[in-house]
Design a protein around this ligand. Sequence first.
Ligand code: BES
Ligand code: ZN
Ligand code: ZN
Length: 493
Amino acid sequence: MQFSPVMASGPRIENILTCDVISIGFAKEKDGSWVLTGPTSLVANVETFFGLDLLDELAFFTPSGKAGELFEIPVSAQATKAGRIFLTCVGDKTTPDLRLAGAAIGRKVREKSIDVVSLCAKDKLEIKAHAISMVLGAYTWNQKSDAKKGKPKFFVVTNDSRNIEEAQIIAHAVCMARNLIHTPANIKNPAWMASQAQKIAREKKLTINVLAGKGLDKFGGLRAVGNSSPNPGPRFIQIGYVPKGVKKNRKHIVLVGKGITFDTGGISLKRPYDTMTAMKSDMAGAAAILSVLSALADLKPDVQVSALLMCAENALSGTSQRPSDVITHFGGTTVEVINTDAEGRLVLADGLAFADLTLNPDFLVDIATLTGAATLALGRQYGAMYTRDKALARSLVAVGERSGDRLWHMPLIDDYEDALESDIADFNHTADKGDYSAGSVTAALFLEKFVGDRRWVHLDIAGAARSESDAGESPKGGTGFGVRLLIDWITNL
Ligand code: BES
Ligand code: ZN
Ligand code: ZN
């Protein structure tokens, strides 16, 4: 686990001189002049201490004003640790720009054992967002035999230690999800996911129940997908956070995550084959909700939360399911399998029906790398959100903007519903009747068949769960999308 703590330090200059690097924010004003951001008197003290006029120094670099632009100034003063000042551009001083600035600072000190204090943000939520992003920018994952072992530590100047504790917990949770996603599928099979969940549950005193083998008799979708693999078979992993004390009408949220540890497509093998190499991340939904539960155990909101990790490997073998098979989901709905590469909705259907029929959730949320079509529609910066609950959609969009995991409310288009008809089962699963395209929409319409009358939200994160480049807050690979969103939503319900 790679993790760098974000910590509070008092507002006195002596405290920040114990860091190796002091990062000071700058921004362009409307009139084209430059200003330093961050706590004003402290920034002035830094200038006095080092005998520097930082705006003068800045002019030397001819900055563009883009958030995340960073200039290094070597400083030396006896009896201090500080050897560098980073002048970091905070763009328009908005929260998203403070995130980019944080990520740039983190990226600059990756794998180095360096203490960095940032004086970029002032306001509580901005400090939190900026602090989280420093950790996210510093994140790396590799299995290189000569991997660098250094770990930066990040500090911000604040008296609100709770705010920073929360930032630390959230950053840790996103890194945890990223670690799970980056782990390759020769290590990460459904049984491995269960052992990770068990470890977290033990450490954080969460409830856990894992079903495998005969225990999955009623989970026709999970079995049909997961029994294709010669690796240990599919796992249904249920983890619970229950607040202390008895309270009437406490809300219960159930999160369902797609946990396909590798998606070959099965008999409907993925083509072209290089599209398969990203498919170790097909468990990003499950990774996100496991990490969210781990964080909730520390944040202790007064909400009951259950996470259902639907874990299976979609392999190609003699025991793979066939296109044309008919399976029976939890609760009895029958489905005709058309394309075995649309496996995500089959495992989710069992999870959603289980939640609806046995857990009585007030809110039912699923999160899944479900369709390539979601990436075509929105790219990688937004998750596709489906729900008929307009008020809930509005609040989740706002939480998305605030947390950094942005969502776009997509339509559940009833006109496409007949695509799910089947001559031999209740539904066909790839919506192959008719010619509607809109693969992310029809996948959502399929899932809706399993949620009863619940207040349900479906998050298709196929695009946002993975970054194809090392840029902004994300490394190349798993982003941990959904972790900040769900933690923010649940803790502010
Ligand atoms: N895991 C994929 C979706 C995906 C694609 C995630 C690219 C991330 C990046 C999913 O299981 C899948 O293959 N979906 C098919 C469904 C189709 C066969 C109806 C798709 O989207 O092409
Ligand atoms: Zn697939
Ligand atoms: Zn998949």
